[in-house]
Design a protein around this ligand. Structure first.
Ligand SMILES: O=C(O)c1ccc(O)c(O)c1
Ligand SMILES: [Mg+2]
Length: 612
């Protein structure tokens, strides 16, 4: 199907927006009137510019407050419309979006609205144009899709149809099911936007918090299937009002937008409905995401200062330095199936950082083909002759994501040091990575990991930490052998809050955290007694058990179904990274989020009191 994007989704001048939309591969745009008004280009120049970029203009929008007004005002609206039809003719666009009236004096009368829309459609039709009528969720009287459809039916004019906007439909209580029964050909335009669940005024929700499909809480695949069931075969067009996107590099936003549409289309075809072949005739499919079998390795970039600190931390955790890269200053450290790579070939010295991680895929070629189809940038791989071919993509925060074979052929690039990975402290494998994200790319990152690697979104959690509100959203594969917890500070202002609010970490699993804790040779993280007092109160735990936890600085969480997590954190090393050790009791599928503020305060406290 045709893929389009409203200019209002993108930042910059009209020319910036068109260039970005074209570069991301869109077929067309919805031209938002304001973008034309502020542009020095004439409508004919805009038409030529779009044509030169291979973009069609699929919709002109919006025309406001036409319907339901009283006599005089309506006559003026018709004159105003004729002028806009002139502009549309020069632009070469044949459909205009008319949104339901928000005017204080709008009349609550479907017959009158139908009559007026029909009169407008008559004028549009004479010029070969069409009116797409959209019920704004905050329309004065017409605020639901079903009411706008009743009015369009009543008007019964061939040049009048509906514009359905997923935000307006799904933000209201009215069920969307009836959309499948709309007369074929009467949906003139489809606008797509996702949004998080928020309990707030619907206009504010729409104007500030819309997201691209797959980034919010709406069931867009189902919505699109209903629209396709009604015979719609026009563009899938994104219309996302979002405060961050309005200020972000439009080239990047347009790629994020295109990725969301590609993933949405792909999600449609995988729904097994009896009428699926007919519904999805024009839909493009991606290679299915292959099964991921685990974290292969995690790479830290270190420099002369952070490197020694991390080496000593890994030793304290029971890791052994088992391999040295054949050609690069890169070390392999191992314990059980947990592998850490320390890369000293950093170009920008600074705090240690998770620069890359590798996941093992049942079919790396197919994983990468899918990533490419979803516009994931390929990571340039500098490889010497004879070295393993390690393909990688770059995640939105710049982290490289390698996709390896389950057989670990990448290890051939490391010469054994002779050190054997002994039992260490009982660490078995990587449980998850904690990757702090820049605020502006948090939603993009969630969609990236979900669509590119086929990781499912787990619940989003928010918690109040000492230096600000944090949001965490984890993604994981179905077998939970790959988990990534994305976190973000919901606001970053001034320089009071220390950068320690944004560290990254690797969490390892153990089968017995008390034995592991006893075997560690690391500085402890001071967990306050207040925390343990509260544990007893909150969870009704045995005092003796809690005393054991306290002795080792182990934290505890229990989900509502009674599944338990025991975990401990290390201090921050190398300026920006720390480790976690988890003992997940069967059934626990979270990340101990309630304990994150305790960890942050303790890490901060230790920084202030520890001698370097
Ligand atoms: O917020 C608005 O005004 C507005 C305008 C046009 C649309 O298509 C829409 O969904 C919202
Ligand atoms: Mg809309």
């Amino acid at each position: 199907m045709r893929r389009s994007i409203a200019t209002v989704c993108l930042s910059g001048t009209l020319d910036d927006k068109l260039t970005a939309a074209a570069a991301a591969g869109f077929d067309g745009i919805e031209l938002f009137e304001n973008d034309l008004l502020v542009s020095p280009m004439t409508p004919a120049e805009v038409r030529d510019r779009c044509a030169g970029l291979g973009l069609g203009i699929d919709l002109y929008q919006p025309f406001r407050d036409l319907d339901s007004v009283t006599g005089d005002r309506f006559a003026r609206s018709l004159d105003r419309a004729e002028r806009k039809f002139d502009v549309m003719a020069a632009l070469g666009v044949d459909t205009v979006l008319v949104c339901s009236s928000v005017a204080a004096d709008a009349v609550d009368d479907d017959d009158r609205a139908a009559e007026q829309l029909s009169a407008l459609a008559e004028r549009a039709g004479r010029r070969g144009m069409r009116i797409a009528y959209e019920a704004l969720a905050w329309g004065r009287h017409v605020s639901t899709w079903d009411r706008s459809w009743r009015i369009v039916q009543r008007a019964d004019h061939p040049a009048l149809g509906l514009c359905l906007d997923s935000f307006h439909v799904l933000s209201r209580e009215v069920s969307p099911d009836g959309i499948a029964g709309i007369t074929p050909g009467k949906i003139f335009f489809l606008q797509l936007a996702d949004a998080p669940h928020l309990s707030m005024d619907v206009l504010q929700w729409s104007r500030h918090h819309r997201l691209f499909p797959g980034q919010g809480a709406f069931d867009l695949p189902r919505f699109v299937e209903l629209v396709l069931a009604a015979g719609y075969d026009g563009p899938l067009s994104l219309e996302v009002f979002n405060d961050v996107f309005r200020q972000s590099d439009p080239g990047r936003t347009a790629i994020d937008a295109m990725r969301s549409l590609i993933a949405l289309e792909d999600g449609l075809t995988t729904r097994h409905r009896p009428d699926a072949p007919r519904l999805t005739a024009g839909i493009r499919r991606l290679p299915d995401p292959p099964e991921l079998t685990g974290h292969a390795f995690t790479e830290f970039a270190v420099d002369g200062r952070s490197g020694p600190e991390l080496r000593s931390a890994l030793r304290g955790l029971g890791f052994a330095h088992t391999g040295q890269h054949r050609t690069k200053p890169v070390e392999l450290w191992e314990q059980g199936a947990a592998r850490i790579v320390l890369n000293s070939a950093v170009t920008h010295p600074g705090p240690a950082a998770i620069s890359a991680f590798a996941v093992a895929s049942a079919d790396p070629g197919r994983s990468l083909a899918r990533a490419g189809a979803l516009l994931a940038p390929a990571h340039p791989n500098v490889r010497e002759p004879g070295e393993a071919e390690l393909a990688a993509i770059t995640a939105p925060d710049g982290t490289s994501v390698f996709v390896t074979h389950p057989g670990d052929d990448w290890r051939a690039d490391f010469l054994p040091t002779g050190a054997e990975p002994g039992p260490g402290a009982g660490l078995l494998a990587v449980d998850h990575l904690g990757l702090a994200q820049p605020f502006d790319h948090f939603d993009e990152a969630g969609l990236f990991y979900h669509s590119v690697l086929g990781l499912d979104h787990l619940a989003t959690e928010e918690y109040a930490a000492p230096y600000g509100l944090m949001r965490s959203r984890a993604v994981a594969n179905p077998s939970r052998t790959v988990r990534v917890a994305l976190t973000v500070a919901l606001l970053r202002r001034g320089d009071w809050a220390p950068a320690v609010a944004d560290p990254q970490h690797v969490a390892f699993t153990t089968a017995d955290i008390i034995a592991t804790a006893a075997a560690l040779d690391l500085p402890a993280l001071p967990v306050p007694d207040n925390y343990y007092d509260d544990l007893i109160a909150r969870f009704d735990l045995e005092a003796g058990f809690v005393a054991t936890l306290a002795r080792h600085g182990i934290l505890y969480d229990r989900d509502p179904a009674g599944h338990e997590l025991l975990h401990l954190y290390t201090p921050v090393f190398g300026g920006r990274v720390f480790f976690e050790i988890v003992e997940r009791r069967p059934g626990y599928d979270r990340f101990g989020e309630p304990n994150a503020p305790v960890r942050m305060a303790a890490q901060r406290h230790r920084r202030l009191t520890a001698t370097p």
